[in-house]
Design a binder for this molecule. Structure first.
Ligand SMILES: NC(=O)c1ccc[n+]([C@@H]2O[C@H](COP(=O)([O-])OP(=O)(O)OC[C@H]3O[C@@H](n4cnc5c(N)ncnc54)[C@H](O)[C@@H]3O)[C@@H](O)[C@H]2O)c1
Length: 315
C-alpha cells in the first residue's frame, strides 16, 4: 500500500456518471488529487476544468485529465466507462459491449496501479465486477461494484416518503443483482429497530402487501423511468460513489450493499452480486449475511443463477 497516495482518486469514464461522481467527490473533501481519464480526452479535460472552477468554494485539490499512468498511485480507481442504458434496454443487454471495453481498460489500469481499490460502476455492474476481478488478478477484497448501494438508497428514500420519516432512520437493503432480479429484503427491514410492518401501522398504513409491491417495483423501475424522461441517471449514483469512497478512505467499516464475488453464502458461489458487507480501507472486509426468509433466499439464488448464466456466456 505504501506506493499509493491515500488522498488520490482516479475516475475512468467521464460521461454523465463519471463527471457527476467526480463533482460529488470534489465536494466531499475526501481527496486532494483527482485524475479524470476518458477515451474522449476533450471530454475529460472539459470536465476537469469545469469541476475545478468550483474549488474556491470547496477544499483545495488538484483535478486534471490524464492517462492510465497518472492513476498508478490512486488509492481508489472508479470505473464508469462504458455504454449507458438506452431507453427500453436492460442492463444485461449492455453486457457484451461493456465486457469488450473492460478487456481494454482493466489491463491498462493494472499495468500501472497494483495496490489500489477498483470500484466498478459501469453496467451491468455485477457482471463487470466479476470480469474486472478476473482481468485484474487483484485480491477480491479490492475489486467490488457499487452494486445495490443506489437501489438501497432509492428504497430508503421511498420508504421515508411513505412513512414520513427521515430516510436515514430506515434500515433496509436491496440485495442480489443491480437490475431486474434484485430483491427487497423486507424480512429484515426496520425503522430504528422497529419492524417495518409495526412502524407502517404506527403511521397509519395497513395494506402491507400492496405497499410492499408498489415500493419494490418503484425501486426496480426507477432507472427505466428516469432514463425515459432525461436519458440517463447520474446524481443518485454519484452520491453512492461518494459514500463508498468515504467508507474506504476513512476506514469506516460501514455496512453497504456493494457487489462482490460470493463464496457460498446462501449457496451462491463464483459470481458477484450485492449483499451487505463491511467496507473499509481494505475494501470488502467481511460479509454480513442478514436474515432472509425462504422466499427471499429462493429469489436471491435465482438472481445468482441469472447472473452466472450471463457471466458464463459473456466471459
Ligand atoms: N451502477 C449504477 O448504479 C449505475 C447507475 C447509472 C449508470 N451506470 C452505468 O454507468 C455507465 C456510464 O453511464 P453514463 O451515463 O456516464 O454513460 P456515458 O455514455 O455518458 O459515458 C460513458 C463514458 O465512457 C467513455 N468511454 C467509453 N469507452 C471508453 C474506453 N474504452 N476508455 C475510456 N473511456 C471510455 C465515453 O467516452 C464516455 O465519456 C453505464 O454503463 C451505465 O449503465 C451505473
Amino acid at each position: 500500500m505504501s506506493k499509493l497516495n491515500e488522498r488520490k482518486v482516479a475516475v475512468v469514464g467521464c460521461g454523465f456518471v463519471g463527471s457527476a461522481s467526480a463533482f460529488a467527490l470534489m465536494e466531499s473533501g475526501l481527496f486532494s488529487e483527482m485524475v479524470l481519464i476518458d477515451v474522449n480526452k476533450d471530454k475529460a479535460e472539459g470536465e476537469a476544468l469545469d469541476i475545478s472552477h468550483g474549488l474556491p468554494f470547496a477544499k483545495p485539490m488538484s483535478i486534471y485529465a490524464g492517462d492510465y499512468k497518472d492513476a498508478e498511485d490512486a488509492a481508489v480507481v472508479v470505473v464508469t466507462a462504458g455504454a449507458g442504458q438506452k431507453p427500453g434496454e436492460t442492463r444485461l443487454d449492455l453486457v457484451k459491449k461493456n465486457v469488450g471495453i473492460f478487456k481494454s481498460i482493466i489491463p491498462e489500469i493494472t499495468k500501472y496501479n497494483k495496490d489500489g481499490i477498483l470500484l466498478i460502476v459501469a453496467n451491468p455492474v455485477d457482471i463487470l465486477t466479476s470480469v474486472a476481478a478476473k482481468l485484474s488478478g487483484f485480491p477480491e477484497n479490492r475489486v467490488f461494484g457499487s452494486g445495490t448501494v443506489l437501489d438501497t438508497a432509492r428504497f430508503k428514500y421511498l420508504l421515508g416518503e411513505h412513512l414520513d420519516v427521515d430516510s436515514r432512520s430506515v434500515h433496509a437493503f436491496i440485495i442480489g443483482e443491480h437490475g431486474d432480479s434484485e430483491i427487497a429484503a423486507w424480512s429484515s427491514a426496520n425503522v430504528s429497530g422497529i419492524p417495518i410492518h409495526d412502524f407502517c401501522e404506527m403511521r397509519g398504513h395497513f395494506e402491507h402487501e400492496k405497499s410492499m409491491k408498489r415500493i419494490a417495483d418503484d425501486v426496480k423501475n426507477s432507472a427505466y423511468g428516469i432514463i425515459e424522461k432525461k436519458g440517463a441517471t447520474y446524481y443518485g449514483i454519484a452520491m453512492s460513489v461518494r459514500r463508498i469512497c468515504e467508507a474506504i478512505i476513512r476506514d469506516e467499516k460501514s455496512i453497504l450493499p456493494i457487489s462482490s464475488i460470493q463464496h457460498g453464502d446462501f449457496g451462491i458461489d463464483g459470481v458477484a452480486l450485492s449483499m451487505p458487507a463491511i467496507v473499509g480501507r481494505n475494501g470488502v472486509e467481511g460479509s454480513v449475511p442478514i436474515k432472509l426468509n425462504a422466499d427471499e433466499i429462493a429469489a436471491l439464488q435465482e438472481s445468482g443463477n441469472t447472473l452466472k448464466k450471463v457471466l458464463d456466456e459473456a466471459f
